[in-house]
Write a protein that binds this ligand. Structure first.
Ligand SMILES: CC(C)(COP(=O)(O)OP(=O)(O)OC[C@H]1O[C@@H](n2cnc3c(N)ncnc32)[C@H](O)[C@@H]1OP(=O)(O)O)[C@@H](O)C(=O)NCCC(=O)NCCS
Length: 307
């Protein structure tokens, strides 16, 4: 069990299939991955398992554990054990001892429960994580809008304007946390006051996108009263709806449709090949709004965390 030596071992590392394999070379070149964060368990010239973390360019600690694979040929009784041993060795080397490990995130097919082989593989990986102390936080829908899908025209109920500044967005973000169905936000709210949850989300994610802030929109009534907001952006890989929400007192009036359409229209106007978004499987109002707006549910994400 060891980290890969560098770019030249990507072929070895990518012998196990996963959708992120295609991004690893660029990630390494950009510093979002490091060879010392990419571990393999090898027997002879056979790759038995692999583990890797992702981080931000220039950041000194990994932020997500997003690769954990065990080769299909590893026999039943040993499968979880191999994963546990590799994860243990890699964790000891990569993460500062005593720190809360970063979240585990794994993309899986939408109907993963219905195929016995896929289901077993997903559950084996989850068993490895559980043995390492992680627990399922939430399963999320990964959604995609493609050019050619219609974007509803504004219906005149809402007016859109740019966000004044980060402070205004943080204030709106604090308000929409009330009654949220989002599992990450709910979990954060058990650890931090509302304002801090909003500030962290803003500073750790939204403020870091280098796409224009003029894309961010506040939706208001014609009187100027804010109803919600949308943050369209571009991350390292895709155009995304980074955040969208309706203020608690305006929920249940279908305003989300107009707000999401506005965000989609802004990104579609950039002629992007796709727009990505995600929401919790249990955030039914949001999932329904994405579907009404033409977003296709193409993948799921399993997230697990340590307490
Ligand atoms: C998800 C959200 C944008 C939906 O906005 P909305 O304008 O209320 O959506 P809709 O008008 O389509 O509401 C659909 C139904 O879900 C209900 N609903 C909406 N949000 C709800 C919530 N947080 N909890 C319980 N029910 C909710 C509405 O009351 C409505 O019920 P009804 O049809 O019986 O009246 C809004 O709840 C919100 O901002 N949530 C917090 C932030 C969030 O989750 N953003 C998405 C992150 S990916």
């Amino acid at each position: 069990m060891r980290p890969i030596i560098g770019h030249e071992e990507l072929d070895l590392f990518c012998r196990l299939p996963y959708v992120l394999n295609a991004e690893l070379a660029d990630d390494l070149a950009a510093g979002r991955r490091r060879p010392e964060w990419m571990w393999v368990a090898v027997r002879g010239d056979r790759l038995l398992a692999r583990v890797a973390w992702w981080g931000r360019s220039g950041g000194d600690a990994p932020l997500v554990l997003d690769v954990l694979d065990i080769e299909d040929g590893v026999s039943g009784a040993d499968r979880v054990g191999v994963g546990v041993r590799l994860l243990h060795a890699a964790t000891a080397a990569v993460l500062p001892s005593g720190s809360r490990p970063p979240e585990y995130s794994r993309f899986v097919p939408p109907h993963w429960r219905e195929n016995a082989v896929t289901r077993q593989a997903v559950e084996d990986r989850m068993a490895v994580l559980e043995r390492a102390g992680a627990r399922l936080l939430v399963e999320r829908l990964r959604l995609e809008w493609r050019p050619g899908s219609p974007v509803p025209e504004p219906d005149g109920r809402l007016v859109f304007r740019p966000v004044h500044d980060g402070e205004e967005l943080v204030a709106l973000m604090s308000s929409v946390l009330e009654g949220t169905l989002d599992a990450h936000d709910r979990d954060d709210l058990t650890r931090m006051p509302v304002h801090e949850v909003a500030v962290r989300h803003y500073e750790d994610e939204l403020a870091r996108y280098t796409s224009p802030r003029e894309w961010w929109r506040v939706a208001t009534l014609p009187s100027g009263e804010p109803v919600g907001f949308v943050v369209p952006a571009r991350n390292d890989y895709n155009a995304i709806i980074a955040y969208v929400a309706v203020l608690p007192r305006h929920r249940g009036n279908g305003y989300i449709d107009g707000i999401l359409a506005e965000g989609t229209r802004i990104l579609a106007g950039q002629r992007v090949p796709r727009i990505r978004a995600s929401t919790d499987l249990g955030n039914i109002p949001m999932a329904n709004a994405f579907r009404r707006a033409g977003y296709i549910d193409f993948e799921r994400e399993i997230t697990m965390t340590w307490s």
